[in-house]
Design a protein around this ligand. Structure first.
Ligand SMILES: [Zn+2]
Ligand SMILES: [Zn+2]
Length: 295
């Protein structure tokens, strides 16, 4: 154990700290792999020093999952095809967040200086159902879009482990605030994950290790429906502007930050996604910058 906070078969787990860190799954087999190399710099370097990492697999293109990728330039980088571009181009990474031009400048600097961003061409593009073979350990790639278009979870059937990455079971619920995030895809992905047979869930943030139960994933999914209900309740009281809806803090409960991130931007983007979905369903209309219940 020592190095690891959890270990089963040839799979170890290293907890990372808060953003821009996340937890790392280490596969220590014929092939040594770091899955989401953003946890503990010293531990990852010590492992790599003892036997070089062969594979860096990044679950999706967010800076808190690729934080230390650039420390391992000789390892092969595996990512899903739909999230490939942000690994090669910092502007594509930045463009995901829907920022103003000034915010983009600040953010590019942050990505390079604080998140060690170095552009890199992935060596293997993952697709749903792929098997990643580490030796005696095999993982099945489960494409789970919604959080990002190319977000992947990994199922290790022989060890009964399911790595949920950023479907992290956080009490606040799922994140779908990027330009390319999708509520409907998130719902589909979570239903898919709840149907997978596993003994233990691993997540990229928070507690990290859970005794598996589909109810955990369903409760996490249901926070999406609760957000929608609270939004409909707010609009039932009268028409609201986007600013008023964001100020209601339906997602985060109060104004919050996460490291360099002001979560009021995420709050606004997620409410926008809900409004778009509800307008598509004919339940909400907008007029002169105000949103109200249809009919
Ligand atoms: Zn993420
Ligand atoms: Zn994350």
């Amino acid at each position: 154990m020592g190095m690891f906070d959890f270990f089963r078969g040839r799979i170890g787990f290293i907890r990372g700290g808060k953003y821009p860190h996340c937890h790392t799954v280490v596969v220590d087999d014929d092939m040594r792999a770091f899955i989401d190399a953003s946890s503990d710099r010293d531990k990852l370097l010590a492992l790599d020093g003892e036997r070089e990492a062969d594979i860096i697999l990044t679950s999706h293109a967010h800076e808190d999952h690729m934080l230390y990728n650039s420390l391992f330039p000789r390892a092969q980088l595996f990512v899903h095809a739909l999230d490939e571009l942000p690994f090669r181009d910092i502007r594509a990474l930045n463009a995901q967040y829907g920022l103003s031009p000034e915010e983009e400048l600040f953010w590019e600097d942050f990505l390079v200086k604080e998140c060690n961003y170095v552009p890199r061409r992935p060596d293997r593009l993952l697709a749903d159902g792929n098997t990643v073979d580490f030796g005696r350990t095999q993982a099945r790639v489960i494409h789970t879009p919604g959080h990002t278009p190319g977000h992947c979870c990994l199922h290790f059937p022989n060890e009964g482990l399911l790595y949920l990455a950023d479907y992290d079971l956080a009490r606040s619920g799922p994140y779908y605030a990027d330009v390319c995030s999708s509520i409907e895809d998130t719902l589909r992905s979570l239903d898919l994950l709840a149907a997978i047979d596993a003994d233990t869930f691993l997540t990229a943030h928070g507690e990290g290790v859970y005794s598996a139960s589909p109810d955990l994933i369903r409760a996490y999914r249901d926070t999406i429906y609760q957000r929608e209900e609270r939004l409909l309740d707010l609009l039932a009281d009268g028409a609201r502007t986007m600013d008023e809806i964001a100020a209601a803090c339906i997602v985060y409960g109060r104004p919050r930050t996460m490291g360099a991130w002001d979560l009021s931007l995420s709050e606004r983007m997620m409410m926008k996604k809900h409004l778009e979905l509800l307008m598509g369903q004919g339940k909400v209309t907008s007029e002169d910058g105000r949103f109200s219940l249809a009919g």
